[in-house]
Design a protein around this ligand. Sequence first.
Ligand code: GAL
Length: 986
Amino acid sequence: MAMSRRTFHMITGTAALGLALGGSGEVHADVSAPTGPPPDPPRADGRAHTVGFDRYSMLVDGRRVVLWSGEMHPFRLPSPSLWRDVLQKMRGHGYNTVSVYVAWNFHSSAPGHHDFTRVRDLDLFLRTAAETGLYVTLRPGPYINAEVDAGGFPGWLTATPGTARTSDPTYLGHVDEWLTAVNRIAVRHLYTRGGGTIVLYQLENEYANHVTEAAGRDYMAHLYDKVRADGIDVPLFHNDKGRNGYWAPGTFDTGGERGRWLYGFDGYPSPFRPPPDWGYFGPGGTKGGSTASPDTPGFLAEFGGGWFDPWGGAEFGGKGYAESRRTRDAAYERRFHLTNLANGIKIHNVYMTFGGTSWGWLPAPVVYTSYDYGAALDEARQPTAKLVPMHQIGHLLHTVPELAELDRAEDVDVGGGPALRAYHLVNPDTGTHVHVLRNDSTGEAEAAVPVAGTTVRVPVPGLDARLLAAGMSLGRRTLRYSSAQPMLRLAVGRQDLAVFTGRSGEVTTTVLECAREPRVTVLEGDAAHTYAQGTLRLDVRLGGLVRVLVEGGGVARPLLLLLADDETSVRLWPHHTPSGPFLVHGPALLRTAQRRGTTAQLTGDTVDDADLEVWAPPGVTEVVWNGAPVPARGTASGSVRATRRLPGAAPVRLPALTGWRRRAESPEAAVDFDDSAWRTADRTTSYATTPVPAGQPVLFADDYGFHYGDVWYRGRFEGAAGAASVSLAYVSGTQGLLMAWLDGKPLGTHRMPVPDAKTVRRGTWSATATFPIAPGDGPHVLSVLVRRMQHDEDGGANDSHKAGRGLVSVAFDGASPAVRWRIQGEAAPDPVRGPLNNGGLYGERHGWHLPGFPDGDWEAVPLPRTERGQGVVWYRTRFRLAVDPGTDASIGLTLADDPARAYRAQIFLNGWNMGQYINDVGPQHTFVLPNGVLDTRGPNTLALAVLADGTTPSGPGTVELTLLGRAAGGVPVTLVDSPGFPSRSL
Ligand code: GAL
């Protein structure tokens, strides 16, 4: 039966539970006015809500909502206080949803153990998202990819039987334990129950390799059943790698609940080609395209809002995140997201919106520590120019719900040459027309758009796009058309308010339907107006904030038109509150707004001195900013405006880092080192996918319970006389290395070649290091350190995360002694900082990275410094910060040196592993130190574990604190627990 437009075929939630479970599972319900005002921002309000969808959009309590979502990963920001900062910035800049992966490895150090405390406090994150008024899409995997170690699988899973990402029973047993633990928290935060704001939940991720096999279909059905059995009653979905139609509704067994399953896919198109069409304007994909799931809304579960960057070096190509942000700039975002909108996408998720930091051993081998991603909010939590389109599109989608229900309309010829692409859409209920005009050439083009019997001329800059609306309600009045892009529509206080935007200096035309001539007052800016034949025409040159007040003409409610250039548009902050909407203009960020009697209580940030102007519910005459009353008076714009500017941020002074102390380690290289407590490497079988050579014991670190960072081996042998060389085969991720010593003397360092070198097969990361030796008969001790650089991801669902890591085998040329190996990796996981914080360096195993470690007897040295030799040397210092309490300073650590020097450093701040610097590879030099881990008003301990190849002199060179951003305001920051020496884990 064909479904009527006014029918939606799924509701979930406690209110609908009886219905949903009692019938076929497919629930039809009439919605009388889905295109009414948008629902208020969600809160954990304790009420039951329905979360459903039809073919156009999500329906929350029966109201249309376009999800304009941003991805952030709590596990990439190890300071829970700052989650609120990022979420508030997202909400302020127009996002209404946050999408989060939950990384299994981050929470689980051993089978059955799941830690959701401290920086792993998922419950707190979900509470914060709800308090911020954001919907949540929860994505707990079990597999997530996300450029994290093993794609999110715990290290211990690499040493278990069974094929991951299939219906293998051992794997499913572990998965069920994980999902039970996550879902116990998630159910408390379902929007359907009013406990939180989760409205969508993802199973698996880009699961493409077993689509047609029983092992794949059964696996997906198992996940579906498990999640439903755990009480997750919101719509579920999978994220298809491109619009292939994989796991579209009906392709696997969802227990008859077809209407509660959405089809989602992702896209990371090249910025150097025109945006792809899918949905309304093209087949999209190869195996299903726009027909993949015609009854569910267009859903981009991820769309590239930047791109990750690989390690640098001439061969490998990491160029740094400034390059990501340059190639995927604001115009890119506008061009691609508006194309998505034209193609019927109603659930958007910008991956990443805040990338954050892959601290510790979290990064997959393909990336380095920073996961800045070139995202709209940078790794240091600073807004970038890319927020302009996000802000404008997000607020538009939220305040103009007509855009949640668009059909393709007849094509129009807009001229302008072949590179100018026009999309025409219409809302079938309201008749609102939307034109998306996209210029795929580098030069500016002019579109001549036929609208309402006339031709509207719109300049479209090169490699950019814009949205033109016609026949759109602005409250009591109707827009005939505007060549400026609409950004929002609000009824604030006693007037309607509409904002239009564009590039500074553009001349725009806006025409309103006005049956009778209204009174028009240009309150500010360069604007001319004419009235003729029932229309008011405004010609406005964009620059700052142009204000035009339209009153009378038979309409009781005034309309304030605000035309803002891009820069000004991101200083306009609509905020929906239970007492009605606010619009705030001026500061760098509005975090919260509420009405208390006659006062608008606002919190937010300023960077420079800023104006403050507030459109508020009726009766508000006073303003309080960050707790302090601000003198203000009413304006002709119907606002309350501060009579003096808000002060900007105070200067931040950072100390030089001095007082360094130095100590060499790697005692494991010495002949007489006591390794009696180390594990004997005596296993004969491995769970690794890498073959174990015949006649050798298993040497992979994971098989012995060591999953992260460096691993040491000591091999004893006799009967070596005549050997001319020793060959050590090893496996690591990219930029891994092996260094060896024979009887305490360095043999040298072997660096894992980058992929296009001949000695390594791409994807296996295995190589053999051969060192010349001339030993006598023995006994001898061979000491080997392998820097593993993490497990591969498992994107192909072929257990590639189980590729071995560490030594594979040893062979001698000219002799064949049997080597008896012992192995030592990381100590027990840090109970506070988690399993990914530490590897197996001597200093890490003995707490040299921790605050309070007694380093008084270490050698005092100045930096920069030149060291020689192979092995590990530690440097420690303390510094004290005194950042003004009202200032949010974002601080990084910058290391620099002669790039010919072959060394790397792990950076420990107050015991937290903030990442890895590779001096001769790069590209990362600055490491973000998140407040909370960093005490901005107290003492801090910094430790560097410097691993030098020994092939060149090594550093450290200069090591400095860098200011990455500052604002007056911020969020209150609670220090994370940073236990010092001695640690419980040692
Ligand atoms: C997607 C994947 C994400 C992430 C992204 C690239 O295909 O779903 O987890 O890996 O690519 O950053």
